[in-house]
Design a protein around this ligand. Structure first.
Ligand SMILES: [Zn+2]
Length: 342
């Protein structure tokens, strides 16, 4: 499974951190981490209710507060790419909300430049280091004013069209129950005009009505999660028809209580509906479950065979903004993986 070429399209900057790295940063900056990021790691989470989500966000914020400057930011990009590469990921689209780090580096533009510059140096040396190559997604937050999303979209647009040297997509993250999706449409139109991949979260904490609203208001290329579209076959049908890919994160869904147990994640239903799927880890720091674990779960819990798993991997590249040559090579190598004797 490790040898299967994969593209990883759903990984948050802060949530990608190794727990040792968070502890290092906390020590270096003289900050105290919550117990569940120290002795009682990994945290037990559930966002099935607002309190559970609040707990998840508090831990997330604790980790984010340890990131206090350029060196920390560069380290996160570098380690995320190395860790992904070690699991057979060849292309990582990392999702960054630069506003969180802006105060430490002189604004959102320098924050973005630092991430992009580190991504460039990761990409330049990926063959020697075994890192995944990195593309950067800029993400706005649903809990902030929609005008902030517009500011970020304008910034993202300035870095668009440069392939992996620039920003490849624009996302919308945080608590799906907060904010009105149509209010973010102007930001998405700016990103769309710039040719960015549109990758909002939807269909995780809320059901198919919210997905339908997102499809109409934001015209996404992919949905972060989107799993709850299975609750209305018409909505799932519309996703498949429109060719909108789903970034499915089974480990995250169970950790956050979207589904109770691993088998409850509707991966097979989505596969059988013909949806394009890219498995993702979301926040391995908090869920203690990485990209490879998602593929293992597809096999051991959902019973997907090698051909179906290879198709997931193909989907991840087709739904990505990876450079053409990365996609072509990966698709050929996926075929070789599938035809190799077990
Ligand atoms: Zn996410």
């Amino acid at each position: 499974m490790r040898a299967l070429p994969k593209a990883h399209l759903h990984l948050h900057f802060t949530g990608s951190m190794r727990v040792e790295t968070v502890r290092d940063m906390a020590l270096g900056h003289g900050m105290r981490l919550p117990d569940s990021l120290r002795g009682s790691y990994p945290p037990r989470l559930s966002a099935a209710d607002e309190r559970g989500w609040f707990r998840f966000q508090r831990l997330y914020d604790a980790a984010r507060h340890c990131v206090r400057g350029e060196a920390d930011m560069r380290r996160i990009v570098r380690e995320a790419a190395l860790d992904d590469g070690a699991e057979g990921s060849r292309w990582l689209e990392i999702q960054v909300d630069p506003t969180s780090y802006a105060p430490f580096v002189g604004g959102i533009t320098p924050a973005m430049e630092i991430v992009l510059d580190e991504a460039r140096s990761v990409n330049a040396t990926a063959d020697e280091t075994g890192s995944a190559r990195v593309g950067v997604l800029m993400a706005a937050s649903r809990i902030r004013h929609p005008l902030e999303a517009r500011t970020l979209a304008r910034l993202a647009a300035r870095y668009a069209g440069r392939g992996p040297e620039g920003v490849v997509g624009f996302g919308l993250s945080n608590d799906e129950r907060r904010g009105d999706t149509p209010d973010f449409a102007p930001a998405f139109r700016i990103a769309e005009r710039a040719g960015l991949a549109l990758v909002p979260h939807s269909g995780e904490l809320l059901g198919p009505d919210s997905v339908a609203e997102t499809l109409e208001a934001l015209r996404p290329d992919r949905l972060g999660h989107g799993v709850r579209s299975v609750e209305d076959p018409r909505v799932l049908g519309a996703i498949v028809e429109a060719g909108v890919a789903l970034e499915v994160c089974p480990g995250s869904n169970v950790s956050l209580g979207v589904y109770r147990e691993d088998p409850d994640v509707p991966l097979r239903t989505l596969v059988e509906a013909g949806a394009t799927i890219a498995l993702g880890a979301d926040d391995p720091l908090l869920f203690a479950s990485r990209l490879l674990d998602q593929y293992e779960t597809a096999r051991t819990v959902h019973g997907l065979d090698d051909a179906e798993i290879a198709e997931l991997a193909r989907g991840s590249f087709r739904a990505s903004r990876a450079p053409r040559e990365v996609v072509d090579t990966a698709l050929a190598d996926i075929d070789a993986w599938l035809s190799a004797p077990a």
